[in-house]
Design a protein around this ligand. Structure first.
Ligand code: IMP
Ligand code: MG
Length: 183
């Protein structure tokens, strides 16, 4: 059951707006330092990463391009195989570009692992991964992020782009849902 007021569905705040701002500033500085003189393209995998993407790009002070992709991973039942189907492809040609994949959360890593394999075939100069959140305990694919905003425990988190049943993406902070919402 969803509450009328989104805040009432949140058990606890994991990252406040201020803490998120600090994270974004730090990651933006790291990316700016590492990609100076390169052809940086930020690729956001919709929809969860859209809020992080919008903030991160403004925390980077070197020239860059942005692009968006929609993918769906399909499998049998609840376990996703990670096999990726491209629903909306990039507009940009990646050859010679330094690609930075921007994600909301790296969980099992299966989707991103397979997406990276597909994008490697397009001859970018480099591919790296920047994730707002990392849940390393849950990893099932051989993939690690090059830039991590914050590590989070194995709890279901919402807000700052992350959803439960398409809701809560617009919360400006990161929170843990009350169990009654999904039970
Ligand atoms: P995976 O790494 O292939 O398992 O997929 C990660 C995706 O699962 C993310 O992009 C989110 O859409 C979703 N996801 C995983 N954990 C959470 C969570 O705690 N809250 C909201 N979405 C999540
Ligand atoms: Mg996602």
């Amino acid at each position: 059951m969803f509450s009328e007021n989104m805040q009432d569905d949140i058990e606890k705040v994991l990252l406040s707006e201020e803490e998120i701002q600090e994270i974004v500033t730090r990651v933006g500085a790291e990316v700016s330092r590492d990609y100076r003189g390169k052809n940086l393209v930020l690729v956001s995998v919709l929809k969860g990463s859209v809020v992080f993407m919008a903030d991160l790009m403004r925390a980077i002070d070197i020239p860059l391009s942005i692009d968006f992709m929609v993918v769906s991973s399909y499998g049998n039942g609840t376990e996703s195989s990670g096999k990726v189907k491209i629903i909306k492809d990039l507009d940009l040609d990646l050859s010679g570009q330094d690609l930075l994949l921007v994600e909301d959360i790296l969980d099992t890593g299966r989707t991103l692992y397979n997406l990276r394999e597909i994008l490697k075939m397009r001859s970018p100069s480099s591919i790296k991964i920047c994730t707002f959140l990392d849940k390393p305990e849950r990893r099932q694919a051989d993939i690690a992020a090059d830039y991590v905003g914050a590590r989070v425990p194995d709890e279901f988190v919402v807000g700052y782009g992350l959803d439960y049943s398409q809701r809560y993406r617009n919360l400006p902070y990161l929170g843990v849902l009350k169990p009654r919402v999904y039970e």
